[in-house]
Design a protein around this ligand. Sequence first.
Ligand code: NIG
Ligand code: FE
Length: 426
Amino acid sequence: MLIHSTPQLITLSGGPQRGRDLGRLGLIENGAVLVQGETIIAVGTTNELRAAYPAEPTLDASGRTILPGFVDPHTHAIWAGDRAAEFELRLQGKTYLEILAAGGGIISTVRATRQASPEQLCAETRPRLARMFAHGTTTAEVKTGYGLETAAEIKMLEGILALDAEGPLELAPTFLGAHAIPPEFKGDPDGYTTLICNEMLPAVKTWWQTHAPDYPITCLPDTSLPFTDVFCETGAFTLAQSRRILETAKSLGFPLKIHADEFDNLGGASLAAELGAVSADHLVKTSAADIAALAAGDTIAVGLPCTPFGLADPQYTPAKAILEAGGLLALATDLNPGTAWNENMQFAIALACRYMKLTPAQAIAAATINAAAAIGRADRIGSIEPGKQADLLLLDVPDYRHLGYRFGGNLVHTVIKKGRVYPAKG
Ligand code: NIG
Ligand code: FE
């Protein structure tokens, strides 16, 4: 299939974009892409590709900007129930961490998720994944973390693998047993940390090695295990507990992620850099030293602007400082029932332009090629280059800057996933 006559083909070619390099779009005017099967075969101008491939069936993209499918590298998309009542409490002045400390927040979603059957959990999650896909997300990371006991965490992991197999949205799983201290360990966070290290991580590894081969999973880095993540935060896991969990996970062979500096600076970002984590996420209260530590390595800083927006918090990830230090920056939604129930990466881009002061070009690169790097898959997705998987979007706009500029709706006209064409709805 030859997709041709796009006014702007945004290729994002050339790999992840570091520091001031962020925003290199690789724009081809009057561009064309040749897709065969699941793969991009050729990229160029319409004239070049039409001459080289005269017999191919065509898809006319006149008036429509083309870019890679969005990669959403940080979501909690699988859960049961909702927290609408908690939203109202927050509007009345209770803080997120106060609600968590009182046994609500994450713990109330844990109660609902533990009770849900695997079928119910998937049934509640499926429409969210469909909305993500309709808004242009072609690959998403999804975390466990609402089970907080071995069996319920594995139920979530199994749900992620089952939903990934259904497609078309591809999912990269993350084990987040260290999301909160469960009620059974209230007052004993070290006890729960020990359970994670001694029981849960080895059990997840064994379960994965036995069951993952039954699933056609394709979007993890070249490792046989899911990511392990920790919520390193006041009221969740201390820096020392986070270190124990991540060091144990690393020694078992898990690739690492961390939630750091969402509310308080505990040093989680520097820990992530030290341990060679794939990403460090949130990074609102991050210090200059943490930023320097991230920039010195390959750990991707993932900004989640929907979260401060969802909490009506005025502070956002200091993108400019991260880029000036030479860091790698990606964007994600953080889709979750507490702080950010938003499936739409276009809205994350609009917020990043306003509150993280990114240009549309920088935000697009952060939501595609750098987001792919944040799940260790920049080799396969995140850009439009020969040999890469054919995941791309046709937007109903003639200029990429409409992304960021416009918000609250859906600019996606067509999603192409692994070479298959899906008209977007709504
Ligand atoms: O990334 N901060 C921890 N986890 C989520 C919120 C999850 C929840 O509230 O259910 C976050 O913001
Ligand atoms: Fe999160």
